[in-house]
Design a protein around this ligand. Structure first.
Ligand SMILES: [Mn+2]
Length: 316
């Protein structure tokens, strides 16, 4: 059954054709959408895309990877689209190494196939920075590559921008527009920025430093809102250059879950995160269709709720 993809967000009963272009604000799926209260039907996806677990960071709601087991049950292939954990240099290398070992061990044991795509927090966790599915109809990447500052709301934004500019200036002219070179440059810069509060183990110190990194300086809230506003448009223009045939762009990074139709017809799907307050979405591929499901937390475990949106994928 086709469902109105934006029903949860508009808060009205009217039905609409799912492919109709919504206004961007209507495309946002709030965390407490009515559908999030229902669990998914018995069908299971062949492929499930998740992102931004931030395992090992106290800001993450994932304190044990076992909490993810219901999300993996029956799924043939799980794609973890970046920021699965923080692998960057930090003051607690043993904690980082432990998180890395746990993630590396857990997923292959609980799902037939697990793919890790890098993010700005785990730039060296694997060598895959993007991937295409459904014959190129879907393009998946973490999403930090869309921003000149990598993390435009972060306190390291000016440093990241300067380092990325230097990296790009150092590329041979023929490589500057080349996606492989661009990703390599972004990943080198991301890895050169040490962890901040992410690795702090003391909960009080973490809360203090998290607040410091999150609300200071006061312009930060505005920078987050700007990244939320601009992200989908930047994703679409980036894809038009590098992956022009992709109609569905799946990313995370900004922690703002939702589906954002762009003027060129592309649909930007942001899977949010496993952090508060907005939560996340799972993107499922099932029988030639792409489904958007909310991730719901029940008794400490994460599950996929009933589909909020359903799109036909290009044949073949
Ligand atoms: Mn990120």
């Amino acid at each position: 059954m086709q469902e109105n993809p934006f029903r949860g967000a508009v808060g009205r009963g009217g039905r609409r054709k799912p492919e109709k272009q919504p206004r961007e604000r209507e495309a946002y799926f709030p965390r407490c959408a009515p559908d999030a209260r229902r669990f998914a039907p018995a069908s299971v996806p062949e492929i499930r895309i998740l992102s931004d677990l931030h395992f090992g960071d106290r800001a993450s709601q994932v304190t044990s990877l076992q909490q993810l087991r219901p999300l993996l049950e029956g799924v043939g292939h799980v794609v973890l689209n970046g920021d699965t954990l923080d692998t960057r240099p930090g003051p607690h290398p043993a904690h980082t190494a432990e998180a890395r070992a746990m993630v590396s061990d857990f997923f292959p044991r609980h799902t037939p196939e697990a793919s890790f795509i890098t993010g700005n927090h785990d730039p060296d966790f694997g060598v895959t920075h993007e991937t295409e599915l459904a014959g190129g109809d879907i393009w998946i990447t973490h999403g930090d590559v869309f921003f000149e500052e990598i993390v435009p709301w972060g306190n390291d934004a000016p440093l990241m921008r300067a380092r990325l500019e230097a990296e790009l200036a150092g590329l041979a002219p023929e490589h500057r527009a080349d996606l492989r070179s661009l990703f390599a440059a972004v990943r080198r810069v991301a890895f050169s920025i040490p962890q901040r509060h992410q690795s702090e183990r003391n909960p009080w110190k973490h809360a203090w430093r998290y607040l410091g990194d999150s609300v200071w300086p006061p312009t930060r809230a505005a920078r987050i809102l700007r990244a939320w506003r601009d992200g989908p448009r930047l994703a679409a223009s980036f894809a038009s250059l590098h992956r022009p045939r992709a109609r569905f762009l799946v990313c995370g990074h900004t922690h703002r879950p939702g589906a954002f139709r762009q003027p060129d017809g592309r649909l930007v799907l942001n899977t949010g995160s496993f952090c508060r307050p907005l939560g996340g979405l799972a993107i499922d591929l099932e029988g030639g269709r792409l489904l958007v499901r909310p991730i719901v937390r029940r008794r400490g475990e994460f599950r996929a709720g009933a589909s909020l949106a359903d799109f036909a994928l290009a044949a073949g």
